[in-house]
Design a protein around this ligand. Structure first.
Ligand code: ZN
Length: 201
């Protein structure tokens, strides 16, 4: 039996921190110690920020994004291009696209992808809401920005079929050579996709 090093409160904090993505038990102990050493500067504001977010966080009833507002901050922003809806798998993908300022349009978060193995069906995803949103006159284009995985692409095809009844242009992300990428370092799948998606100079 291992000997206890800390009291139950700290032990519990370490156990919970270790559940966070990217943190194992070792990093969790370091994070816990850092919080303890910065009790006033980091630990107290973090505890209160977590409490506030816990109280207010919700899923946007329009786009499926997570926020403390409903409709979310992005859906409420009238300055965004209301004619484009960019479809993503998870809110994290939306945040990544926003960090890159990749589109000024609206978003739609599916909440995952179709998956035969995991038994995820169209009705398990936020697809019906997307079709309803795309079927209004103000929307001209739907960009399907899902992951380049088999399930992602299956989902993209399914959505494209469903959108045929709406009067919108459907586009998807390009697959190919990353910015700054060297050909010699790319995997065969990426290279083949890049050749297939070649464009005139
Ligand atoms: Zn929203």
């Amino acid at each position: 039996m291992s000997r206890r090093v800390t009291g139950t409160e700290i032990e519990r904090m370490i156990q919970l921190l270790a559940k966070l993505p990217g943190l194992g038990p070792r990093s969790a102990r370091r994070a816990a110690l850092y919080l303890i050493n910065n009790r006033e500067k980091i630990m107290a504001p973090l505890a209160s920020a977590l409490g506030d977010a816990y109280e207010k966080v919700s899923v946007c009833s329009t786009c499926g994004n997570v926020d403390t507002l409903n409709p979310c901050t992005l859906c409420q922003d009238a300055a965004r291009d209301q004619s484009i809806i960019c479809v993503v798998e998870e809110a994290g993908d939306l945040w990544a696209l926003e960090r890159a300022s990749a589109t000024s349009g609206l978003y739609h978060v599916l909440g995952g992808t179709l998956s035969a193995i995991e038994g995820i069906r169209p009705q398990d995803l936020n697809i019906k809401g997307l079709i309803e949103r795309a079927d209004v006159d103000t929307v001209n284009e739907v960009i399907i920005a899902v992951n380049a995985t088999i399930d992602g692409q299956t989902t993209a095809h399914y959505i494209t079929e469903q959108l045929k009844s709406c009067n919108v242009k459907v586009s998807r992300l390009a697959h190919g050579v990353p910015v700054g990428g060297e050909l010699d370092y790319l995997d065969e799948g990426t290279l083949a996709a890049a050749i297939k998606a070649r464009r005139p100079f």
